[in-house]
Ligand binder design. Structure first.
Ligand SMILES: Nc1ncnc2c1ncn2[C@@H]1O[C@H](COP(=O)(O)OP(=O)(O)OP(=O)(O)O)[C@@H](O)[C@H]1O
Length: 313
């Protein structure tokens, strides 16, 4: 990942009549980052994406993609930025390969390079075998992969993906996630809007939490966990003969302890397993298990939006 900022939005806002859809979004994304755009329905994610793509005009604020204004310099950005909507549209009466060839013409890819680029993109998304079938016969997962093939063929530097895994079965989801990670490793910057928190946790470096048209939080999942008062580390403890609710809170670094499904769940700012084990044994308890894991996005997300709801009531 480099320090070069490739996506920059400042004070971005969009109003539809009296309705404020986006209300002052600031965003700075570095080259090679995978950013998850999250938030409840209607929070403003898609409208923000449309403004970043230059497909809708902001009411206020500015956007720079690779240093250019997408609304005023769309042709300069056409090759560099790819968009994968949740339902990718293809010409059903054309094969996968013909669809890509058509898009290659639109993207003005040099004729001499087209065949090699199409084959290499189809191979990367594992569609070479079915490339000569009509896309009308493709499953949803295959269509999404063909959409990724288009981004690869065009050699986009930035990809914006809107709910790419919605409606996919677990295996197709995994295949698509592997592909997205491959794109990221190849240096592509990716913005991904999704309600699937496990997907976002798996592949995103940072997350932007949208709420009421604004980004309320932008950072890593660990930073989110810390901001909402929890710990970056979660330690699941199984121990008999001790009350961990008092014992564990005395350990330096522990932020909270609660009973969950027959065991104790401790949140801490660092790995405090040795200190916890020591205390349990010293108190005469029988330690059966200590499991360390990173903070989970679904937990942090639930708590973040729970707090917002509580604050507003
Ligand atoms: N063309 C439009 N005309 C009027 N209102 C709109 C238009 N597009 C979006 N909105 C409104 O703007 C708000 C933000 O919508 P947006 O689609 O950006 O949210 P979102 O976060 O992408 O939601 P979802 O998770 O459901 O996709 C919503 O209240 C929506 O109804």
């Amino acid at each position: 990942m480099s320090d070069t900022v490739v996506i920059e939005a400042q004070g971005l806002a969009k109003q539809y009549g009296q309705h404020v859809a986006v209300d002052g979004v600031d965003l700075r994304v570095r080259a090679g980052e995978v950013i998850g755009l999250l938030g409840p329905n209607g929070a403003g994610k898609t409208t923000t994406i449309l403004m970043l793509l230059g497909l809708t005009e902001p009411t206020r604020g500015s956007v720079r993609i690779l240093g250019k204004d997408p609304l005023r310099e769309p042709l300069e950005l056409k090759c560099d930025v790819g968009y994968l909507p949740d339902a990718v549209g293809f010409y059903e009466t054309m094969t996968g390969r013909e669809n890509l060839a058509y898009m290659a013409r639109l993207a003005a890819i040099p004729r001499s390079a087209v065949e090699e680029r199409i084959n290499s993109a189809l191979s990367a998304v594992h569609l070479l075998d079915v490339a000569d079938r009509l896309t009308a016969t493709y499953s949803r997962g295959m269509r999404q992969r063909l959409g990724i093939a288009e981004l690869l063929m065009r050699q986009c530097r930035i990809a914006i993906l809107d709910e790419p895994t919605s409606g996919l079965d677990p295996q197709s989801t995994q295949e698509l996630l592997d592909l997205i990670q491959k794109l990221s490793r190849s240096g592509m910057t990716i913005l991904l809007s999704s309600h699937m928190l496990d997907v976002v946790q798996t592949i995103c470096h940072r997350i932007a939490l949208f709420n009421n048209g604004r980004i309320g939080f932008f950072g890593t999942i660990e930073e989110l966990a810390a901001e909402i008062g929890g710990g970056t580390y979660v330690i699941d403890v199984e121990a008999d003969g001790v009350d961990l609710s008092t014992l564990a809170t005395a350990v330096d670094g522990v932020k909270s302890v609660k009973p969950v499904n027959g065991h104790w769940q401790c949140e801490a700012v660092r790995d405090v397993r040795p200190q916890l084990a020591q205390r349990i044994v010293a108190a005469g308890g029988a330690l059966r298990n200590l499991d360390l894991r990173r903070a989970r996005l679904d937990e942090a997300y639930g708590r973040y939006f729970g707090r917002i709801t509580n604050d507003s009531t």
